[in-house]
Design a protein around this ligand. Sequence first.
Ligand code: ZN
Length: 578
Amino acid sequence: MAFISKEMIDEIKNKNDIVDVIGSYITLNDKNKALCPFHDDHTPSFSIQSDKQIYKCFSCGESGNVITFVQKYNNISFIESLKILSDRAGIKLDVQIPKKRNIEYDNYYEINDTVNRYFKNNLNSTSGKYAMKYLLDRNISKELIKEFSLGLSTSNNLSILLSKKYNMDLLTELDIVKEINGKYYDTFQSRIIFPIFDEENNVIGFSGRKYLSDDLKDETQPKYSNTKETKLFIKSSILYNINNALPFIKKKHEIIITEGFMDTIRISSIGYKNVIALMGTAFTKDHLEKIIKMKCKVVLNLDQDNAGVLSTISIGEELVKNNIETSVIIFDDFKDSDDFINKKGKESFDIAYNNKISFIDFKLKHLRSDKNMKDSVDISKFINEAIESLNMIDDDVLKELKTKELAKEFDIDESVIKNKLKGTKSIEKPIIKQEEVKRYNKYDISEIRILYLMINYDDVILYFENSLGYLIHDNMSQLAYKIIEFRNDYGYFNYSDFIDYISDAEELNKTLKEVMKYHHNEEYTLDELEDYINTVKEFSIKRRIESLKREMNSTLDINKKIEIAKKIENINKEVLKW
Ligand SMILES: [Zn+2]
């Protein structure tokens, strides 16, 4: 941090209004309040004070300025946060951000990046004329082509071009070229290219789609062909479009999962930016783990054909078993959302999205589909399968509701169903540690209030220095000294700057958090402040007297005892004076 001047940090802060920046990450109400992104919040406890350019959460105590917000929200370093904000404001900040990605792979990334640029150029050149027309005819606009970095592989000239610059073994390893009998061929030939990125926006592989009419007729070649498994391209963990979608997923706490690139591009184009596609329909453990980490709800929107329904069921089951709230978008008579949106438009998709049903309802609907619901054998089979499905979920309320519905529909006793339902699985539930509710006594409250008022009112800093100068607990005293130190260094006190000043001091940050967490009244009176000061003094006097009394009890020397008693008497006299 030392090599970035305070002036620079100030400039970055001045040009990034905290309300604008935070508003681009989370949804704010008109009072600049929001659900806190740093704890499981159900009422808006998070609030921004635009005049002071700070934020704080009254519930979990998180507080800070625009830089710390971006830092904590994205879980990145202070410097990385500064870089994001300076880029945002168009300020040139010359810092090297250490890349998270594996340095060992830098070569690979560079090659993929070069290849990707080459593909993009092709599509925009004269050799891309037909491919461009094909895309525009499919209602993929130039803006979308740019947004999703679509490109084009032409016929076998990439390998020749790259051989001048790169080692062919590396290119083969990345599946950019294939070696057949000592000769190299482009892996992708005459295909529209969908580059695939990881979360950090690195190109990790490609998918090529046939587009020439002769190729489309040839059924021996697949419609899409992908980079084979490489060190970068690990199919079991890829989520197409995650590079663009991630900030929107975090903001909306929701991810829409589709089956195809076109569906993802289409849904994104009408404003649902939190959308990704699986590579094929396989949903793996890696995918599941990634989604669990994102802490979001899932909306499934796979193809509406039989295969799609079966995938929806198997993916949905994995999700609900892991307590992930899952719902399903349905549209009859259309194969997929690309087709649906192209023919029926955004409004119809909005309606389908708003009418999405819970996964359990989708499953029950599916279980009915192959049964004759007038036949008692089928009904019995259905009810047993329904119970099996209900046993996957962990939501007791939902279980109860569905039990009642089933019992009513088929006129059977609820207890019949309930007996077959597993008990609540509360023990298996992840135990979210409830923040301990700390009980404060009057001494704790006094020092917490004094610190809070020092942070907010310059006068209180001076008053504290002259009338008290210490607090009860060491950590609280340390924070007070630091506030005074900052004020002496800069000639003023400003909370937003103070946060940067102590950004490396873990203990101070912890104490600050505790101070902020208390439910403070913004206003104060001088009487109130004096009360706090006297309470702190009273505590230290009590402590002093107690220590003297212990000393008196431990000595047998009568003169010493008298001497100590006098001391105690003097202290008590002092106290009476104020
Ligand atoms: Zn919070």
